[in-house]
Ligand binder design. Structure first.
Ligand code: NAP
Length: 306
């Protein structure tokens, strides 16, 4: 497939910024126009080479673009799609990177001149950092990107977006938006909810106990704090926009937690051993599938990277 002549990125943060840097490295795009609300974000995106120019108005950003990627928090996707409509060509392919799919499809489709050219997507890769400074060009390498075309999505548009992500280094899978939301509820949304809860519980401890938690954090708490440092706006939107699937998984988790509580109370070591042995095997499976979290090398100037 040929390179993209003009790509519009609505949002130039971690995900869209990393996509831009990856595509540039491969020489896959001639011109990128960015869009963000804040002047400081736009200036930084241009400085980091994410886009040639950046504007505040989504309609201006998408003018003349053959491909548009929505990379804003989930709840902003609908309003942004509405705002970009006056500038959007019917032939343009539109995709997004939102962590929930059904709700975004529901909110974006009514604003598009040609819904068949919309290919919802979600790269399953990320870090707890945000904004253009957090972007790096290897974020999607050996990661997965899920595309959730809807019933009559144009296959040529799907092929174009597949090419985009494969060029950025990801392996692409296709599934329905509903299936995506159920799978991600358990693999991503529930773990984030648990991390937010644990870190929140510690935050509520009295000063003395909290100081000791920080001092001895290497015992497991540190890993939770990394996840719980993820972008608050994005995660608020994820839980509110994938409510049903998250509540279902949370119900199952709560039952399992109560069963574990009971096993501890009654000294049922065999039950604990059985569970912990099974979970160890799951960790091996995740590593074999190449999806374990690996610290990425830090490009110069990237915020908070070790
Ligand atoms: P981010 O780093 O915070 O970047 C968001 C970008 O969107 C910024 O450039 C921001 O700039 C802009 N923005 C925010 N609200 C906007 C609005 N209402 N209108 C126009 N621009 C707006 O976020 P991100 O981590 O890249 O996440 C973007 C999307 O990717 C989200 O939908 C998220 O669900 C999805 N995602 C995230 C991860 C992850 O690990 N972070 C992983 C996979 C998918 P201004 O604030 O200056 O407007």
């Amino acid at each position: 497939m040929t390179r993209i002549e003009r790509l519009a990125l609505i949002g130039v943060g971690l995900i869209n910024g990393s996509l831009a840097l990856a595509l540039r490295r491969k020489g896959a795009v001639a011109e990128i126009v960015g869009c963000a609300r804040n002047e400081a974000t736009r200036a930084r995106a241009v400085e980091r080479g994410i886009c040639e120019r950046a504007v505040a108005d989504p309609a201006e950003a998408v003018e003349g673009a053959e491909l548009v990627v929505l990379g804003v928090p989930p709840a902003a996707c609908g309003p942004v799609a509405e705002a970009m409509r006056p500038g959007l060509a019917a032939a343009a392919v539109v995709t997004d990177v939102g962590s929930v799919k059904s709700q975004i499809v529901h909110e974006v489709v009514p604003h598009l001149p040609e819904p068949r050219r919309f290919v919802p997507g979600h790269p399953v890769a990320g870090t707890e950092h945000s904004g253009p400074d957090a972007a790096f060009d290897t974020l999607f390498e050996r990661r997965r990107c899920i595309l959730t075309p809807i019933e009559d999505t144009d296959p040529e548009a799907v092929a174009r977006v597949r090419w985009l992500w494969e060029t950025a280094g990801a392996a692409v899978d296709l599934m329905t938006p509903e299936h995506h939301d159920r799978v991600l509820a358990i693999t991503s949304h529930l773990p984030h909810l648990i991390a937010y809860t644990i870190v929140g519980t510690v935050a509520d401890l009295e000063d003395q106990a909290r100081t000791e938690v920080f001092k001895y954090a290497a015992g497991g708490f540190t890993d939770f704090t990394r996840i719980a440092a993820s972008d608050p706006v994005m995660w608020r939107d994820v839980f509110l926009n994938n409510r049903e699937a998250v509540l279902e998984m949370l119900g199952r988790f709560t039952e399992d937690l109560v069963a574990l509580q009971r096993a501890i109370r009654w000294g049922e070591g065999d039950k604990l051993l059985d569970l912990f042995t099974r979970t160890r095997a799951i960790r091996r499976g995740v590593i074999q599938a190449g999806q374990a979290y690996v610290r990425q090398p830090s490009p110069p100037g990237v915020n908070g990277r070790p």
